[in-house]
Design a protein around this ligand. Structure first.
Ligand SMILES: Nc1ncnc2c1ncn2[C@@H]1O[C@H](COP(=O)(O)OP(=O)(O)OP(=O)(O)O)[C@@H](O)[C@H]1O
Ligand code: NI
Length: 371
């Protein structure tokens, strides 16, 4: 069902490890996380399934409040409980279930194999230690190296994430950096442990175009080197530059999934089509609070969908149907069910490939440019 990464699978020379190598690095099934507030219970993540292959970049997109960050935080077990409550789902990492892991087991995985750069960087940085101390700690967990090597590597990491004057800034404390730089410092610390999977939540949002281009280049190098990347972003140009596959979220559910070229060329779900048509995803973000709540069942987009019919209701979200008969590109929309006319959904919206879906650096979309 997912894009093949056969090139990594066939590298294995040891036959005994072959079944492991063909496993996705991360497999998530039916992830469900509720948030209970005094006023209501929000189904922040409601039945999310996906996987990330080795060396693959998967982008998670969708409007503000759609559940992207809570999905990531549920994966690494750092979602604050309460107000959140993880009510279901299985998470397998490198073939091992980790959803039942104890807090200390999870911390061990987070410190070595999965790195998570939060949307809000302050929470990741320790205010009482210098950036250099925090980088050193992360490097030393992984490897036994001399102090000089640690220092050289720390400076290099800061330079790679675009921190100017890294050799002197390394001795600064987190509060001496701007918000945008703090997130990049957190990224440098995350990368210090040489993770197999990097989960990065909006890492390119508060940065200028030069730094953005540098980060895109860095992510490419890392995934070319075999790291997997789960990237949350609002910026469709970043998606076009980096993604192999895209997951579109709305109201705590994934509504469409597929290879990046397909998502941009043939967006299928009415919500995806609207997202691709919006200029930068910002206009819808501001409207959300004014438009009231999203249904907690059926298709979550139905109240706002120009094509909604009775079948869009029901208990669970609609099944995932192939788009144009392609298994790897699927959407949770009843109009794509066999025998239904998907043209109803597609027709009224005009061409959707516009400037903001072009890669930032003019390269071909991720899937092609990585080879
Ligand atoms: N601490 C919290 N208390 C109450 N509700 C919360 C809390 N954190 C998240 N939520 C709610 O959970 C839902 C999912 O939020 P989440 O942060 O995952 O969205 P997001 O897709 O990451 O949005 P953004 O693009 O703004 O970062 C939203 O309805 C949000 O309001
Ligand atoms: Ni978020």
């Amino acid at each position: 069902m997912t894009m093949s990464t056969d090139d990594t699978a066939t590298d294995s020379s040891n036959a005994a490890t072959e079944p492991m190598e063909t496993e996705p690095l991360l497999r998530v099934q039916n992830l469900r996380t509720m948030i209970r507030t005094e006023r209501e219970t929000i189904r922040a993540v409601d039945g999310v399934d996906f996987q990330v292959e080795r060396g693959e970049t998967v982008c998670l997109v969708g409007e503000s409040g759609s559940g992207k960050s809570i999905t990531c935080e549920t994966l690494t077990g750092i979602v604050p409980q309460p107000p959140a409550e993880i009510v279901g789902g299985t998470i397998e990492f490198d073939g091992e279930p980790i959803h039942d892991a104890t807090e200390s087991e999870r911390r061990a995985i987070r410190g070595s194999r999965i790195a998570h750069v939060f949307q809000n960087p302050q929470s990741a940085l320790d205010p009482v230690y210098t950036v250099g101390d925090q980088l050193a700690e992360a490097i030393e967990i992984h490897e036994d190296v001399t102090d000089t090597e640690v220092r050289t590597r720390s400076v290099d990491l800061l330079q790679r994430v675009g921190i100017p004057n890294a050799p002197s800034r390394i001795d600064d404390y987190p509060h001496e950096f701007s918000g945008g730089m703090q997130q990049r410092v957190a990224l440098a610390i995350a990368l210090a442990c040489d993770p197999d999977l990097l989960i990065a939540d909006e890492p390119t949002t508060a940065v200028d175009v030069t730094v953005q281009a540098r980060l895109i280049e860095l992510f490419r190098e890392l995934t070319d080197g075999g790291m997997s990347l789960l990237l949350v972003t609002h910026d469709l140009r970043v998606v076009a530059s980096l993604a192999d596959r895209v997951l579109v979220m709305f109201g705590g559910t994934i509504v469409e999934r597929g290879p990046v070229e397909r998502l941009f060329d043939r967006p299928a779900h009415p919500y995806t089509r609207e997202l691709m048509d919006s200029h930068d995803g910002v206009s819808r973000r501001d409207e959300r609070s004014a438009r009231g709540s999203i249904p907690a069942d059926g298709c979550r987009f139905r109240e706002e969908c120009p094509h909604a019919i009775d079948d869009c209701g029901g208990d669970g979200q609609p099944d995932f149907y192939p788009v144009d008969g392609r298994d790897e590109h699927r959407t949770s929309c009843v109009f794509y069910a066999p025998g239904r006319d998907a043209g109803t959904v597609v027709e009224p919206v005009e061409s959707t490939t516009s400037d903001h879906t072009r890669p930032v650096d003019g390269a071909a979309p991720g899937g092609e440019s990585r080879d």
